[in-house]
Design a protein around this ligand. Sequence first.
Ligand SMILES: [Zn+2]
Length: 254
Amino acid sequence: MADFDKYKNFINMYKSKQDSMVSDFKSYRYFLTDQKPEGYVRLLPANSEMPFIPFAVHKIEQDGKYKYFLCPKKTAFLMNEDPEQHECPICDNIIKLNNKDIEKQFAPKNRVLFYVLDILALSEGDKEPKAFSLASNMAMELVDLINYNFELLDIEKGKVVKILMIRDNRGFPRYTFEITNKAVDLNTIADLEMTIENNIITYPFGLEDVYPVATTEDVLTIPELNPAETILNKEAVPDKEDNIAGFNEWLNGI
Ligand SMILES: [Zn+2]
């Protein structure tokens, strides 16, 4: 049995930090599409302490496309660490400019990364865990489902969750989550592309480094968070970009 108290503590901590609800939607590594909007998954704990990984990104428009940069400061806040221990060129310059419009436009947005096993893909031989990332307001539904049904994270008895993607009238994907009656014991699935030992899952894509407790530094190196490129080590300081267009221009240079 997993130590669910750890997960519960983390969920409560995360909920208490939900200070900014944002309305932008993007999932990394889609396994739901308009042609196949329904998914059946087993939830996998992100590690022994957390059922998911909270992080934050700055959303920047470049040439009509959106680019995402991990925000170390806000991520640290969500990870219950001291944000001031981390540098973020975007946040640091936003503070310096002291412009409410820029603050509003470029503030970091909360996101949540889940790991799931796609049950339909599993039956077709794809045994790789998938990353599923949601804007925090969409993720809260799933967080709530976990909060009231911790057995979903139980490696032996966890039940399959149905995810349905529906586009709203603006074309943004929305998700509903529903627990099914079907339980899948992860121990019984041979050749999973992950190993399970003492109820701790080790993923094939580098998350081993995150155990046992993820830190902000670990989160910044999680490959699934690309294309949310880290902005660490980027140096650029705007001189007098004191409006949205000017600030965006500076950001285009980083
Ligand atoms: Zn930032």
